[in-house]
Ligand binder design. Structure first.
Ligand code: ATP
Ligand code: MG
Length: 439
């Protein structure tokens, strides 16, 4: 009896070539753009010790309280699948001392894991591009990081609005916290159950609660930006003038506090209403205290993360997602005897950077069907006739282009049909088999 068909874990998606082409195009664009700002890629483990996230993200955040995939490994050590990238990046930078006397700009791209309720735009394994910059405390860095985030969205063809806020220094925030609690306590009964529960421990979280009644209350709350320490206020003012100078429109959102504990001063988000409830595409901020908090030297830091699924969803809404590239040539072999020669020609073309999809041995009818399905620009069929000296025919599948000639002259044939041969990559090693003639 056949076993039950196994399913992927809920909220974790398989990505097939029709879709991965869009991913690759986006990832390629992002890498090119990050190089424009001299960011270098870090590739970090997906698993970290649970303690790292508890210490970095904060015990009273949604992530640590209810979203982490945590388990004991065979040694009994508590490990967690990374729910975000900043903690691991800081851990790695401290451990390898890569920040000493340096101001590195890092990026990472890859899966993150959060046990949330899966819905459109919200998954349990999702992907982020994150960037982190260390050792640069000035508002000019915040402006450049935000300019990078703006360019990422522009490159992806995504329209979203920039919201910024300042959380000030930890001391200013602690003072504001008491003001906010004084405001919230008399209104406690009107808040949602979550907010009533977290209000005393983390009253700032009430400000970014999505429940409408909580939002109404948050709206009239005292503004953190009105209670900043002098240095943070100057930092925030300078950032705003730099954003204006860079032509980056923004709104100050007084309710923007971010769910994670480690932020100070600048926080920002790019939001859209095109994705329903999942409105935040990109989010980040300054976290000058985290490196020291995790045992490193006092080091300024700022970063952001952008959800790739949400970027792709926005691109899809605009019909901008890249399609899987089609091969240039479909090469079919009719009989077993024709396979070696057909494959040999295909290998030689690949040496020159031409993409070829092969099929056979199969009947002419089958090959024709496969040729169309392959979406290749040209097709060629090799059989006993060609082996005996008959001309090979190259045919354009959607156009009128046609060439016929010798099996050894396929390159010239393609050239005469207007194909530009890409320069082979410098590391291309010619296929050894094609140097010999198979009989
Ligand atoms: P949200 O408010 O949507 O839960 P968040 O504040 O938890 O987002 P961050 O931790 O700031 O999100 O992560 C940065 C980005 O990663 C988000 O703006 C979003 O694009 C993406 N993201 C976060 N969680 C998920 C998820 N479960 N599925 C898909 N993308 C996600
Ligand atoms: Mg979340």
């Amino acid at each position: 009896m056949a076993g039950k068909v196994l399913q992927a874990v809920r909220g974790m998606n398989d990505i097939f070539p029709e879709e991965s082409a869009g991913w690759q195009a986006l990832e390629g664009d992002l890498r090119t753009l990050l190089a424009l700002y001299d960011y270098g890629e870090v590739r970090l483990p997906l698993l970290e010790s649970t303690e790292l996230f508890a210490r970095a993200i904060g015990d009273v955040t949604d992530i640590v309280q209810k979203e982490m995939y945590t388990f004991a490994d065979r040694n009994g050590d508590s490990l967690t699948l990374r729910p975000e990238g900043t903690a691991g990046c800081v851990r790695a930078a401290i451990q390898t001392q890569s920040m000493r006397g340096q101001t590195p700009r890092y990026y990472y791209m890859g899966p993150m894991f959060r046990h949330e309720r899966p819905q459109k735009g919200r998954y349990r394994q999702f992907h982020q591009l994150g960037v982190e910059v260390f050792g640069l405390p000035a508002a000019s860095t915040d402006a450049e990081v935000i300019a990078l985030s703006a360019r990422i969205l522009r490159t992806a063809g995504v329209t979203a609005a920039l919201q910024i806020n300042s959380l000030g220094s930890p001391a200013a925030r602690a003072h504001y916290r008491t003001l906010l609690l004084d405001y919230l306590r008399p209104r406690r009964a009107e808040l949602c159950a979550d907010c009533q529960e977290r209000m005393e421990r983390n009253p700032l979280r009430v400000l970014d609660c999505k429940v409408p009644t909580c939002q109404d209350i948050a709206h009239l709350a005292p503004h953190l930006a009105d209670h900043l320490d002098a240095d943070s206020a100057a930092h925030f003012a300078l950032l705003q003038s730099l954003l204006t100078a860079l032509d980056i429109p923004y709104q100050v959102n007084h309710s923007l506090v971010r769910g994670l504990d480690y932020y100070n001063r600048t926080v920002f988000e790019w939001v859209t209403d095109a994705l329903g409830a999942q409105g935040t595409v990109l989010a980040g901020g300054r976290y000058d205290g985290l490196v020291a908090q995790l045992g490193g030297a006092e080091t300024a830091a700022i970063g952001f993360a952008v959800g790739l699924e949400r970027l792709l969803a926005l691109q899809a809404l605009q019909g901008r997602v890249a399609e899987a590239p089609a091969p240039l040539l479909f090469m079919g072999a009719l009989e077993e005897a024709a396979v070696a020669r057909a494959w040999q020609i295909a290998e030689r073309l690949r040496d020159e950077g031409i993409s070829v999809v092969t099929s056979g041995p199969a009947s002419f009818k089958t090959l024709m069907k496969q040729a169309v399905r392959s979406r290749a620009r040209f097709q060629a069929i090799i059989g006993a006739g060609q082996l005996a000296g008959a001309a090979l025919i190259l045919k354009e599948q959607l156009g009128e282009g046609r060439w016929q000639g010798d099996l050894d002259a396929v390159h010239e044939g393609l050239r005469s049909l207007g194909v530009d041969f890409p320069q082979p990559a410098p590391h291309t090693v010619r296929n050894f088999a094609t140097a010999r003639t198979l009989s």
